[in-house]
Write a new protein. Structure first.
Length: 408
């Protein structure tokens, strides 16, 4: 039996706050740590490149974790895998604070990503358990807002921690966040996946069946890849911007923090707009509008970066617009993908999240490899968005036709 029910406003707000907090955990675990990378490399007698590997390992661990944990949540419910994942996130975070060399930190970051991926899997699957259609897209829009904005603000939180303590206390803070979330889940969050709706038999066999079903659905795969490419765009900015703006344009740390906040505001506004529009406009149409507009503006950004037209002000205005349109993409794509496989929502959410982490993990470092300039950052964005449009156009006929509905 489905547990979907018409939500009241107060109930919806409660779920948005709880699920948004869970969604923020993996993002904070990746990005709160970014300002500490130079300190980590120095303290552990390693290099900046090896310190950056710890970020990629976190994303890879998250991708693998979601693939494993998704079917477990379909078999055993949402709460138990979530609570185990949060507990082990706390343990690995505290161990990260105690490491003595870089290989140990890399291994622990891989495990940390694996375990806290349970938070993202549970959050997205719970949306599908309780909400459908436009309402699901609206709730996911709020959650994708958190996922999108967290990378923008998490480095600022990390900077505040570093202002009063060493990088090791960043991991202590992450452990504390995980512990608080575990208490909230225990005390407030009910089980949303009814026993009669759960998969039966062995977990491995159920997982194989679920992933086989998803892999055969080209519409689902296309819609699952798009959030990853969009997140890659965002991460290209997050990873490259410290070098681009502080070293390339000479911004101070305070100015750079302000820039992060202003760009985060663009994501907030667009996500709120999407949440309001999705009740009246089909999600596929909003997805089509957002991704095409974002791609066009990213080409303009590349032109501005190459020519220097408008100087720093011109670059910042166009960059703000590129990032702002991000609010129309992941939530609508994810809601449409999940709507196709509600019976295995945990497995579907896991695949969406895993693809997002893998694609973002591949795309985001490219700007650094190309030189961490405004031009390389914009070029990565253009390529990622062009690929997203091609994927949707090839695999989703409704996208090409203007998108009043998705074919089943």
């Amino acid at each position: 039996m489905s547990t979907t029910m018409p939500p009241r406003s107060r109930s919806v707000l409660r779920w948005v706050l709880m699920l948004g907090s869970l969604c923020a955990l993996p993002a904070f675990t990746v990005d709160m740590y970014l300002p500490a990378l130079p300190q980590v490399a120095e303290d552990l007698a390693s290099t900046d490149a090896m310190a950056q590997v710890t970020v990629s390992c976190m994303l890879i661990g998250g991708a693998v974790g979601q693939i494993v944990i998704g079917p477990l949540s379909d078999r055993f419910g949402r709460r138990r895998p979530l609570l185990v994942g949060l507990a082990l996130h706390v343990v690995t975070s505290l161990l990260c604070a105690l490491v003595t060399d870089m290989p140990m930190l890399i291994a622990l970051r891989l495990l940390q990503g694996f375990f806290n991926s349970a938070a993202a899997v549970a959050a997205v699957a719970i949306v599908r358990d309780r909400f459908v259609g436009a309402e699901a897209a609206r709730i996911l829009s709020r959650l994708m807002l958190v996922i999108g904005v967290a990378p923008m603000f998490a480095p600022t939180v990390g900077t505040l921690v570093l202002a009063v303590a060493s990088w090791r206390w960043v991991f202590v803070a992450l452990a504390l966040i995980g512990a608080v979330l575990a208490v909230v889940v225990l005390k407030v969050m009910p089980e949303t996946h009814a026993p009669e709706s759960r998969t039966t038999g062995g977990v491995g066999a159920a997982a194989l069946r679920g992933y086989t079903t998803l892999l055969r659905d080209r519409h689902f795969i296309a819609l699952a890849v798009v959030p990853g490419l969009g997140f890659g765009v965002l991460m290209a900015y997050v990873v490259s911007s410290p070098v681009v703006f502080q070293e390339g344009y000479g911004l101070t740390q305070g100015q750079y923090a302000l820039l992060f906040g202003v760009n985060g505001l663009g994501l907030v506004l667009s996500a709120q707009l999407n949440a309001a529009l999705v009740r009246r406009v089909a999600p596929i149409r909003l997805l089509r509008l957002g991704i095409v507009a974002q791609a066009i503006i990213s080409v303009v950004l590349l032109g501005v970066a190459i020519t220097g037209f408008g100087g720093l002000a011109g670059l910042l205005v166009v960059l703000w617009l590129v990032l702002a349109f991000q609010g129309l993409i992941p939530s609508n794509a994810s809601a449409l993908a999940l709507s196709r496989h509600g019976e295995i929502a945990g497995t579907a959410a896991a695949m969406i999240g895993a693809i997002q982490s893998l694609v973002a993990g591949v795309v985001s470092p490219l700007a650094g490899f190309l030189g961490s300039t405004a031009t390389s950052m914009a070029a990565v964005m253009v390529v990622a968005l062009a690929l997203a449009i091609v994927v949707l156009a090839v695999a989703t006929p409704a996208f090409r036709k203007g998108g009043w509905h998705l074919p089943v």
